[in-house]
Design a protein around this ligand. Structure first.
Ligand code: BGP
Length: 461
């Protein structure tokens, strides 16, 4: 295999506003669900570290843009904070506009293309108090926020995305206790998913209306689903999991409609969401120009035994259960499976089933707990495990491209170690280490390695 990459390829890293920005209440920003949740239950957050302790991009963005260019990154994905741009949902915050414009311009000045996302799990608190994504009001509010962002920054941003991993705020917020509002109801989760698809489409409509010179996409975690065996039951579990976890957003985003299979499956279990007149027409208008694909690990499933099911159906565990593949290779520092072939399987699925739509890998990465133990005497983190991880995934990206996949970039999660939801700083992911005390950045071995890979446009074995 030759390991060369296309001449024009987005090499970069990804993060999000709530995980990196900081400046929690500076410059007129209002609270998101994460800020409030930490106030209410700080003990839920690893080491009691809440979202106010970030990598402080709010003050350090110029330095970061320079550090990106130092290692040859030519693109960077982050998000805008809805509650910074429109603190009450209606009034434009001029200070936020000035901040973001300078931030995006600083990236451009260093040759780094900013790819901008609108929603990364950070619901404004005032809107959550009105029901969040469960309320249809959120659709219009999101469309207004999206329109405002396009108008204010459309000259600086060419690549826009609406959501990051929308299935995650659905499952973690409405089928678990990992995101606010910590609800456990499959019916409500499905309604939230439907409203999210509508909000996405409404934002795409706003974007097209403005006739800007750019593209709009959606970032989905398209984890491939592998069955335990080829038995009828295991294959049905695979199909159901694929439809519920992956295609519930992929089909509307690319084809502008829900699949018949998903509709039949939900109807069979009396789980169809409330769909109002005009909803399906709106979803039809939400087709994107490109996809961002987040990939960490595959989903492995097996058939559900009858005795494991509960009625009425109120959990995704009714349709499939996790299968613990005995041959799996593990990231023992994070507890996630490492399966680089998965990235190739996703690329081939997009090529074969979704019209070879352009996509880029918008997140892939290796979280490591207590990474300080890999620091050498010069103070540099020697993250050979991360180099191996990226190398192995890039090999499969390269193979997919060689076979015709329309992949235009690869972004590591993340550029500099950042705060992460309930895990806070437990798992580190960056090309740069962040000192939690001082906020100072220092390059890791993987940062030096990627610099060379990008320079040579090929993998160095
Ligand atoms: C993705 C999210 C990111 C980030 C990443 C790593 O699903 O889009 O926001 O958090 O996962 O996850 P974690 O930090 O929990 O290890």
């Amino acid at each position: 295999m030759t390991h060369t990459f296309p001449e024009h390829f987005f090499w970069g890293a990804a993060t999000s506003a709530p995980q990196s920005e900081g400046g929690q209440y500076a410059g007129g920003r209002s609270a998101s669900t994460w800020d409030k949740w930490f106030e209410l239950e700080p003990e839920r957050f690893n080491a009691n570290i809440g979202p106010e302790v970030t990598s402080d991009v709010y003050n350090r963005y110029r330095e970061d843009a320079k550090l990106m260019s130092d290692i040859n990154l030519n693109s960077y994905r982050t998000s805008i904070s809805w509650n910074r741009l429109l603190p009450d949902g209606k009034t434009l915050n001029e200070e936020a506009v000035a901040f973001y414009r300078d931030y995006f311009q600083s990236l451009r000045d260093e040759g780094v293309e900013p790819i901008m996302n609108l929603f990364h799990f950070d619901m404004p608190w005032w809107l959550m108090e009105k029901g969040g994504w469960e309320s249809r009001e959120s659709i219009d509010h999101f469309a207004f926020y999206a329109k405002t962002a396009f108008e204010q920054f459309g000259d600086l941003i060419t690549y826009w995305t609406t959501f990051n991993e929308p299935i995650v705020h659905v499952t973690c917020g409405y089928l678990g206790e990992y995101h606010w509002p910590k609800v456990n109801s499959l019916k409500r989760a499905i309604q939230v998913a439907h409203h999210t698809n509508l909000a996405h489409a409404a934002a795409v409509v706003e974007y097209r209306k403005l006739g800007l010179d750019g593209q709009i996409g959606n970032i989905l975690n398209l984890s491939p689903v592998y069955p335990r065996s080829q038995s009828e039951g295991d294959l049905k579990a695979k199909k159901d999991a694929e439809e519920l976890h992956v295609k519930s957003f992929l089909e509307p985003t690319v084809k502008g409609k829900y699949s018949d299979y998903l509709i039949d499956l939900l109807r069979e279990h009396d789980l169809l969401p409330v769909v109002e007149e005009g909803d399906l027409e709106l979803i039809e208008k939400g087709k994107v120009d490109f996809l961002g694909v987040n990939y960490y690990q595959p989903i492995r499933v097996r058939e559900v035994e009858e005795h494991e099911k509960t009625y009425p159906v109120n959990s995704l565990g009714h349709f499939s259960r996790h299968y613990d593949w005995p041959e799996k290779r593990m990231n023992k520092y994070r507890g996630w499976e490492i399966y680089p072939e998965g990235i190739y399987d996703i690329a081939m699925m997009i090529k074969d089933e979704y019209g070879n739509l352009p996509f880029y890998i918008s997140e892939n990465g290796m979280g490591v707990a207590e990474e300080e133990r890999f620091m050498n005497e010069d103070g540099m983190i020697e993250d050979d495990y991360r180099i191996e991880f990226i190398h192995d995934h890039l090999e499969f990206v390269q193979k997919a491209i060689a076979e015709g996949a329309n992949c235009f970039g690869y972004h590591l999660w993340t550029f500099v170690d950042c705060w992460s939801w309930l895990n806070s700083y437990k798992n580190r992911y960056g090309f740069y280490r962040m000192d939690l005390e001082t906020g100072d950045r220092s390059i890791k071995k993987s940062g030096k390695w990627i610099k060379k890979v990008i320079e040579e446009k090929k993998l160095l074995d």
